[in-house]
Design a protein around this ligand. Sequence first.
Ligand SMILES: Nc1ncnc2c1ncn2[C@@H]1O[C@H](COP(=O)(O)OP(=O)(O)OP(=O)(O)O)[C@@H](O)[C@H]1O
Ligand SMILES: [Mg+2]
Length: 271
Amino acid sequence: MRQTNLDEFLQLEEKNKKLESKFKEEVRKNQEKEKVLVEQNKMASMGEMLSSIAHQWRQPLMEINSLFIPIEAKAKLENTVNKKELLTAIEKLNEITNYMSNTINDFRNFFSANKQKHKFNLSTQLNSVMNILSTSLKENNINIEIVVKKNPEMYGLKSEYSQVLINIINNAREMLVLRKIKNPLIKITIDKKDDTAIVLIEDNAGGVKITNIQDIFKPFLTFEKSNGTGVGLFMSKVIIEKNMNGYLDVENLQHGALFTIITPLNLIKNN
Ligand SMILES: Nc1ncnc2c1ncn2[C@@H]1O[C@H](COP(=O)(O)OP(=O)(O)OP(=O)(O)O)[C@@H](O)[C@H]1O
Ligand SMILES: [Mg+2]
């Protein structure tokens, strides 16, 4: 080899070594960054889980509160409490606390990779949701009309599906109360077409009164309410459309809002 060639070769070799060590250094840095990202992601998921649980617990806590108000008042005024009334309240309390304990499991399930799937019947599931919400609906004299056109058998993420129903019905209740609607009504229709389950939730609260109606599905956007977090419909949209390959939308009818939920009967995850 001629001297110049050898020099060039040695220089190249030197450059290569430098590049290699630089490369290794960059790979190490990247791995570190990834680790930080994974940790951050875990923290974000935990935060999400906590705020979801808090969101799901607000309703049952309110239910418990209103459950014992009349009993407390009677005990103070009359010094006696009707045994039957007390037992009914305790039974209801058990049901609510069971639900609260289930939501924790549901959310652990929600954020874990292995989601538990169940077979369920849509109208039975709707009934248990209505049971959970019944105290606050009654308290506000809200009429409920349930129309079962068809009652599909479903399979999949049952509790997440119920959570969506709860969010939408709760929103309707909140709006009916907030706007002091006379003869408040929530009408729920369940149906089945081909391989899809259809749930329509309609109220007479006057509809969504914002320019871009789709904004209600954006995270942290809340309108008219003083205590809203703006998470309910965002979460519902993610559950139905991302997790279940379904469709959730809203439109304004003459007297109020109509929410349409369409999902495959098989509520599978696509990720
Ligand atoms: N049935 C309805 N009629 C009229 N407006 C509605 C109805 N449902 C939802 N909205 C509007 O959509 C907004 C977003 O709802 P979403 O459930 O995401 O949040 P939120 O109810 O404000 O707060 P959160 O559910 O987190 O407590 C509500 O603040 C409300 O203004
Ligand atoms: Mg809400």
